[in-house]
Write a protein that binds this ligand. Structure first.
Ligand code: 13P
Ligand code: 13P
Ligand code: MG
Ligand code: MG
Ligand code: MG
Ligand code: MG
Length: 366
């Protein structure tokens, strides 16, 4: 059977700053989705990561389906009204446009969708990140799909010998989607040359070169491109299929033990280690650190299995400790150098005014 996975996330309001949504917001999203279960979609699940709520839906309507997008949009809208009533912070924060016109792309929420023929067993992972941008998935995806140091399947599984194709998007381009396709291993250095700049080049999708099947898809929304100013961090989501001609679940997870520094953290303007957290975790220290959750599922004829929390394991407690140490270490230098993002990322915020005022006070000496 051909099934579509649609993952949509949005920040529609949060308790006590940008920490986490209230239970009544999640309840409202659920109440709004419930009537569509078994008619418009087959199954759904809700979760939150920091202050972002993620909806996962399964259905047979394909990607970019107006009805599915509308259902998610309406659910977020309804919950944003609850957030306003409760006086939650940033109520409706990611719902940047007032009117829905057929597609949720470009309106604020992050979206990752894939359609495929279900395998006999169809394991997949839903990653959701908070206090960071879509480039946060560049390194973990690169290592899991290109590097035999991380993905032993590239050496051990004939179904992966041909490698993978990457679709990479230049998210600085705002007139439409500007995308390049590159294949690993032949174009590995070209792929790395782009991915090293995660604020500009972002992995949109990954495909198996053995079967042509889609392996991964990520949200690429840059909120400042839509709003023209700083309106919070993008907080991306990612769907990855596992096993068979794709990396094993553990190979997809391994790169997260690196806790790489990513853009985001406080006011979306800093660098911080990407900490792998349990489902439904809040943020804390310096509005962070940047976090990522991962829920594993199997899907059969569109029905979702029980969920398994991939980062709920003693191993990741140790990694979280490393992440905390890395966060504290970098925070020691406050605003200085690499602790804060470069000007290109900050130019959507208030520092522009400060620097403009200072520019007039400079004197040229000869
Ligand atoms: P199991 O024998 O536990 O199924 O492990 C198979 C495997 O290949 C793990 O990566
Ligand atoms: P969010 O995008 O998660 O709302 O973060 C905004 C922010 O500025 C945190 O300091
Ligand atoms: Mg927020
Ligand atoms: Mg957020
Ligand atoms: Mg955000
Ligand atoms: Mg087994």
């Amino acid at each position: 059977m051909r099934v579509t996975l649609t993952a949509i996330k949005a920040d529609i309001g949060s308790i006590g700053g940008h920490i986490r949504p209230s239970a009544s917001l999640l309840k409202e999203v659920e109440r709004s989705l419930q009537p569509h279960l078994d008619s418009d979609f087959i199954d759904f699940r809700l979760s939150y990561t920091g202050d972002d709520i993620a909806i996962l839906m399964t259905h047979t309507h394909g990607t970019d389906n107006p009805l599915i997008h509308q259902i998610a949009w309406d659910a977020f809208k309804a919950a944003a009204d609850v957030a306003k009533k409760e006086g939650l912070y940033g109520a409706g924060q990611d719902l940047l446009k007032d009117a829905f016109s057929g597609n949720i792309r470009g309106l604020g929420p992050g979206i990752a969708e894939m359609e495929f023929e279900e395998r006999k067993s169809e394991p997949f992972l839903l990653f959701a990140a908070d206090k960071t941008d879509p480039g946060a998935f560049n390194l973990p995806l690169y290592l899991a799909f290109c590097d035999p140091m991380y993905c032993s399947g590239l050496l051990l599984s004939p179904k992966m010998f041909k490698g993978f194709k990457f679709e990479i998007m230049d998210v600085s381009y705002t007139e439409g989607d500007k995308v390049i396709a590159l294949v690993a291993p032949e174009e590995l250095y070209d792929i790395a040359a782009l991915l090293r700049d995660p604020e500009r080049y972002v992995i949109k999708a990954v495909y198996s070169r053995t079967t042509g099947e889609i392996a991964a898809v990520a949200s690429t929304t840059r909120l400042h491109n839509i709003a023209g100013k700083y309106v919070g961090k993008d907080d991306p989501i990612l769907l990855v299929r596992a096993q068979g001609s794709f990396p094993a679940t553990g190979e997809i997870l391994e790169p997260y033990a690196l806790v790489p520094y990513v853009g985001g953290f406080m006011r979306g303007s800093h660098q911080g280690p990407l900490m792998p957290v349990k489902r439904n975790s809040s943020v804390s220290f310096f509005d962070g650190p940047p976090i990522v959750s991962c829920t594993a599922y199997c899907v059969k004829e569109g029905k979702l299995s029980e969920e398994a929390d991939a980062f709920d394991h003693p191993f990741w407690d140790y990694v979280r400790e490393i992440a905390s140490k890395k966060a504290i270490e970098l925070r020691r230098q406050g605003f200085y150098g690499n602790a804060m993002l470069p000007y290109g990322e900050l130019e959507y915020g208030g520092i522009v005014e400060r620097l403009k005022a200072l520019e007039g006070k400079f004197k040229i000496r000869h």
